[in-house]
Write a protein that binds this ligand. Structure first.
Ligand SMILES: [Zn+2]
Length: 336
């Protein structure tokens, strides 16, 4: 049952905010812009943009400026392409165009993702497939595998996680785009790391003349390259790890929420209870502990929604999603 106003005031969320401070949920299938839903959840804004966009722009703009304003292979090739001189002009132009295209594609992907609909469950609509229990927070009747997202105050179909990098939830409708974003970001980081190391290694392992040049009048450039390497290595771990982990989730038709929570997820409890692998699965062990337990002692239970790797990937990448989750339910919607 939906919470009453009195319940809403007295209850506390996990974040310590009262329920009535949450962003409002969608009502009666009304069409609202995703940007409107997220504006209140994203909070701090400066010059019309919130901090997530600023972090993205500053990180990418700063990284590109660092590589272009110091002596790197990229800056040499870009200056070669712009001047039209040099023996390797074709490859210089190719590298310059590739670099700009990759960054433009990443910006486009970021803003598409930033404004994307992860699969908001409209209140007053019923899912076409199996329905989950009515949400006690926003009163939506979501499809199975949905979860209420406390950051945006909405239920999200096939909820994966709330991603602070893009300041929105990742769900069925934008999971594929999120994976592409992680992959492209990993390649960009790897590229930047290779350029920084290419400029830095002669300064560390080169002959005495190279070291004297690097750590003499151009020492500031060398220190910037050291800083770039120190920042890019952990970033590569994060995005590379996300790309690999979500490729696994896509191939096995699972979500981060389901993997992390394990037998604790309400709609998976029956499946876990029924599973009796080679050594049985302990339903008492939950979350990460259950994962670790089984990684050490035996195989995990098969993902209940998996239909084989090929079909899972087909659903993840190509299948049309939003309209398969909800439809206008004339008459019924007024009673919810
Ligand atoms: Zn909800």
């Amino acid at each position: 049952m939906p919470l009453t106003d009195a319940d809403a005031v007295s209850s506390l969320t996990r974040n310590g905010r009262s329920v009535n401070q949450r962003p409002p949920a969608l009502h009666r299938c009304e069409v609202r812009q995703v940007a409107d839903i997220l504006r209140e959840a994203r909070g701090c804004r400066f010059c019309g943009l919130d901090q997530t966009v600023w972090i993205f722009l500053l990180a990418h703009g700063g990284g590109l400026a660092l590589l272009l304003c110091t002596d790197t292979d990229l800056s040499l090739r870009v200056s070669g392409a712009l001047s039209g001189k040099g023996s390797a002009i074709v490859s210089d132009v190719a590298v310059t165009v590739t670099c700009l295209s990759a960054i433009a594609a990443q910006c486009l992907l970021f803003f598409r993702l930033y404004r994307s609909d992860p699969g908001w469950v409209r209140i007053g609509c019923l899912p076409e497939g199996p329905a989950g229990q009515q949400c006690g927070y926003c009163s939506a009747v979501p499809p199975e595998r949905s979860r209420h997202d406390f950051n945006t105050g909405q239920c999200v179909a096939k909820f994966d996680h709330f991603c602070p990098i893009i300041a929105t939830a990742v769900g069925d409708c934008n999971h594929c785009m999120f994976w592409l974003y992680c992959v492209l970001q990993s390649f960009l980081i790897l590229w930047g790391l290779a350029l920084a190391l290419d400029a830095l290694l002669p300064c560390l392992l080169g002959d005495s003349v190279s070291k004297a040049v690097c750590w003499g009048p151009r020492a500031w450039q060398s220190w910037l390259h050291v800083l770039a390497v120190l920042l890019l290595v952990p970033c590569l771990n994060v995005f590379g790890g996300l790309a690999i982990a979500h490729a696994y989730l896509a191939a096995t038709a699972q979500t981060t929420y389901e993997v992390v929570k394990g037998a604790k997820v309400p709609y998976l409890q029956e499946h876990y209870r029924a599973y009796a692998g080679p050594r049985g699965f302990p339903c008492s062990a939950k979350g990460v502990r259950s994962l670790l337990w089984h990684l050490m002692r035996g195989p995990l239970p098969p993902a209940p929604y998996s239909r084989g790797i090929a079909e899972n990937l087909n659903v993840f990448f190509y299948a049309a999603k939003p309209h398969s989750y909800w439809q206008q339910n004339n008459g019924m919607s007024d009673k919810l």
